[in-house]
Design a protein around this ligand. Structure first.
Ligand code: HPA
Length: 268
């Protein structure tokens, strides 16, 4: 399955050999449109690739050049709340590894757990809390790709974070750093859940990212994760949560994120 996915993608890449993959979160697809010399592969044209079903996620791979680097971009991700098998996420990330990808940049839209990290902020992910949600490595381990019990002590590579913090400073972009917690979704969190997440030590909450990061760490990729804060968590704000607001805020704050990712790509 993994080999079949990798072969199908490879056959469409026109000889491009990307070593970096980027997963674009809700409302953050615009970066994909800046890629040049690109090959676009809708997920529906790859046999065995699950369909993306959420508004704000185009559901296609774009491979091409950004800042002179060849990259493979998922414009639209898969969420567990869509009903995808967690193992499907492992198949995709491992197929990327087979294609030669050794670095994964994950982005997402997230709710803030602190009033002083408002909508529009960027948060570099330094660690995560998986809350015992379904793990994409469930099932027999294929030792060719990674160990049964992966170490997660440097999942969000500290050296890369130090580098990105310097880049943000140079670009005059305020970059928070914190812990991301994943809620299964698709409903937004209750106020009580938000208080619980704060007590657990999280700084931002979202419905994605952790499965992909677990898979990337398992197969030996370097990971960089950045959240775009689109709202304050339930109970920390007036008004109600909505996906429409998530998409609109992600689009606004996405400009800084794009600048930061491009600066990062220039230097790898
Ligand atoms: N909670 C969970 N996921 C989210 C949120 C939130 O407040 N905002 C964007 N994604």
């Amino acid at each position: 399955m993994i080999e079949q996915l990798a072969t199908q993608i490879k056959n469409r890449l026109n000889g491009l050999r990307p070593e970096t993959a980027i997963i674009l979160g809700s409302g953050l697809g615009a970066l994909g449109d800046e890629i040049t010399d690109s090959v676009i592969i809708p997920y529906t044209e790859i046999e065995g690739f699950p369909a993306s079903t959420v508004a704000g996620h185009k559901g296609r791979l774009i491979c091409g050049k950004l800042e002179g680097k060849e990259i493979l971009c998922m414009q639209g991700r898969l969420h567990l709340y869509e009903g995808h098998r967690p193992q499907s996420i492992n198949d995709i990330i491992t197929a990327f590894r087979l294609l030669g990808i050794n670095r994964l940049i994950v982005t997402n839209a997230a709710g803030s757990l602190h009033k002083d990290m408002p909508a529009g902020s960027l948060m570099l992910i330094k660690d995560h809390i998986n809350l015992n949600l379904p793990n994409p490595l469930t099932g027999p381990d294929d030792e060719r790709f990674g160990p049964r019990f992966p170490d997660m002590s440097d999942a969000y590579c500290a050296a890369e974070r130090t580098h990105v913090k310097k880049l943000a400073e140079k670009l005059n972009i305020k970059l928070f750093e914190g812990v991301y917690i994943m809620a299964f979704g698709p409903c937004f969190d209750t106020a009580a859940e938000i208080r619980a997440f704060q007590i657990l030590g999280a700084d931002a909450v979202g419905m994605s990212t952790i499965p992909e990061v677990i898979c990337a760490v398992h197969c030996g990729m370097k990971v960089l994760g950045i959240s775009v804060i689109t709202n304050l968590g339930t109970g920390l704000r007036d008004g109600v949560q909505s996906h429409t607001e998530t998409l609109a805020e992600a689009d606004k704050a996405g400009q800084n994120l794009r600048q930061l990712i491009k600066a990062y790509l220039r230097e790898i």
